[in-house]
Design a protein around this ligand. Structure first.
Ligand code: ADA
Length: 567
């Protein structure tokens, strides 16, 4: 399963889930000829007993059977963290970053057997500016689904759906991004269908081996809006036709919602109504399957979060599996989706690969996840060097890049630099990670008020606030009425006091508990010594989703605090 709905009726697509041949690869080792293991895809190799802590290179291989000469498009939803993809031994794609999808094509593959080989590397090195030893684990493998599709000379790469209200009627600007992999120029047009309306896009010429865009603006009278209480989704079907003989060339189906999000007068509004985000930070991490959670466990996480009264999730600290975003669309969960970066210092950001790798991640995140109505905030550069002028220049470029791709959503960064952050004029929403009571013994209310007072004088005035992280560690099963550190009772105490303060502040429009579930951390960079059992234990459920005492505290406070009804 690549998505939770059918994405094509015309284009033939094959999902390549299943067992692939597998072998570890030594540094510099050439393409293997022997594959002694079978590894599930999607999946992390750490789930295999022999590779539970393996960090390095490995090769996956799948023999494909093509039943007729055709061009092929491959889509990998996530490979951790670097992929070199070979088709019949020829390198056809290189991709860095575990958390964003990538696609590529092969023209005129002959009928018969072909070998698809993926060399995967999850090692840390100077080449990798974003995947470093950190307070989460960089797993290894083809961690998300893979699809192979039969395409003709021209096909649809993606759609962008821009909904907006005009005179009380929902409209949408729709863009159809098309690729011509043939060796002749093509005149193409497209037809669309959404709900009970059919519409057409004016024809365009697309040069040989080029790309082009068809666009149109259409009114959809009578459709219902999407919001958390009523997550109404619609299928958007687009067919590509030859503008000459009208032959149907390709199709793509997206699932969209009529939703407008705005920051106005210090409020976060969805379709004009004020919203209060009550959520969790969630790592894609599980004690059984690493970062490659199957659909069933994604559903379980959402059930647990919603049962605790949450209406939002922050994809800390990277773009998420699109099946999870599909679930959030269906279940009406607001999402703060953010690019891949956690706690990178100015030295890390000075890595020459940092900006190119971030910009690629930002582009793949926004372009591939653009149509999810659940995403209401784009986040970037969590706790990176926003306290320096050089860091500010990089923040500024990335704010600009994301806004140039999508002007329809607010953008923010979670800062852990109160009193020194020099970027608070950049975000639409000012967000701080505050751990009063855990990393210090400061009074929670006092520390927040001091931070806010400073922020108001340093770029935040008039903006809404989000407390993007707060929480405390607790070892599942460690109970101590004396509330000693790492006890579940201490976590209850800190979370309860924090929520009482933050949910009571009118300027705070969102709170995200750190964190939903315990997650594995790397041994490198000293994290394992600061994290019992090599885990970040601030989850309100443990790595196997067993609720800690704090789960009940959150459940009580999130349910009792209903501020959505604000005027
Ligand atoms: C930071 C960081 C999180 C986590 C947290 C913690 O706020 O953004 O990823 O490391 O601290 O547990 O200390």
């Amino acid at each position: 399963m690549v998505r939770l709905f059918q994405t094509h009726k015309i284009r033939e697509t094959v999902e390549l889930d299943g067992l692939w041949e597998f072998t570890p690869l030594g540094d510099g080792e050439a393409m293997p000829t022997v594959y002694p293991y079978a590894m599930p895809v999607p999946g992390c190799w750490e789930t295999h007993p022999s590779f539970a802590a393996y960090r390095g290179r490995a090769a996956y291989r799948k023999v494909l059977q093509i039943d007729g000469r055709t061009s092929l498009r491959f889509e990998f939803k996530g490979v951790s963290h670097t992929a070199d993809v070979y088709f019949d031994g020829k390198l056809i794609c290189h991709h860095y970053n575990a958390y964003t999808p990538f696609s590529f094509f092969v023209t005129d593959a002959e009928a018969g057997e072909h070998a698809l080989t993926v060399v995967v590397d999850n090692a840390f090195s100077g080449e990798s500016a974003l995947h470093i030893g950190n307070d989460y684990y960089t797993y290894g493998g083809i961690i998300r689904p893979v699809a192979m599709e039969k395409v003709g000379g021209v096909y649809i790469e993606r759609l962008e759906f821009h909904p907006f209200l005009r005179d009380g009627i929902w409209n949408a600007d729709i863009k159809v991004f098309v690729r011509n992999i043939g060796d002749v120029n093509r005149a193409i047009r497209a037809e669309g269908k959404l709900h009970d309306k059919s519409f057409a896009f004016a024809p365009v010429q697309i040069c040989r081996e080029g790309v082009g865009t068809l666009s149109g603006s259409f009114a959809f009278d009578g459709v219902e809006p999407w919001n958390a209480d009523h997550p109404r989704l619609y299928g958007l079907e687009v067919r590509l036709l030859d503008d000459g003989d009208g032959a149907i060339l390709d199709d793509l189906i997206e699932r969209v919602g009529f939703r407008a999000v705005a920051v106005e007068d210090g409020e976060l509004r969805v379709n004009g109504a004020c919203v209060m985000l009550k959520g969790f930070n969630r790592h894609e991490d599980h004690g059984v399957c690493g970062c490659a959670l199957p659909f069933q466990l994604m559903v379980k996480d959402i059930e647990l979060m919603q049962a605790a009264g949450a209406n939002a999730v922050r994809t800390s600290h990277y773009p998420n599996d699109e099946r999870f975003l599909d679930l959030c669309d269906e279940r009406g969960i607001y999402v703060w989706e953010e690019n891949h970066a956690r706690g990178l210092t100015l030295e890390h950001m000075d890595n020459p690969n940092f900006e190119p790798q971030c910009e690629a991640c930002n582009q793949e995140m926004v372009q591939n996840h653009f149509n999810h109505p659940c995403i209401v905030i784009w986040g970037l550069l969590n706790e990176c060097a926003s306290d320096s002028q050089r860091g500010r220049e990089m923040f500024k470029r990335q704010y600009g890049q994301i806004r140039a791709m999508d002007a329809s959503r607010p953008v923010s960064h979670a800062s852990n630099k109160p009193y020194t952050d020099v970027c608070l004029d950049l975000p639409d929403i000012v967000s701080f990670n505050i751990y009063s009571g855990w990393y210090d013994r400061n009074d929670i209310a006092d520390e927040y008020l001091n931070i806010r007072a400073w922020a108001e004088e340093n770029g935040a005035k008039g903006k809404p606030y989000i407390v993007s992280e707060f929480g405390a560690g607790a070892i599942y099963g460690f109970r101590d009425p004396a509330k000693t550190r790492w006890s579940e009772e201490n976590q209850v105490d800190i979370l309860g006091k924090s929520l009482d303060v933050y949910l009571g502040r009118p300027e705070i429009k969102g709170v995200f508990i750190w964190q939903f579930c315990d997650c594995r951390v790397t041994e490198e960079n000293g994290w394992a010594m600061a994290r019992p059992a090599s885990r970040n234990n601030k989850g309100i459920v443990d790595t196997y989703r067993r609720p800690k005492l704090a789960y009940g505290t959150v459940d009580e406070l999130y349910h009792s605090h209903n501020r959505e009804a604000l005027p």
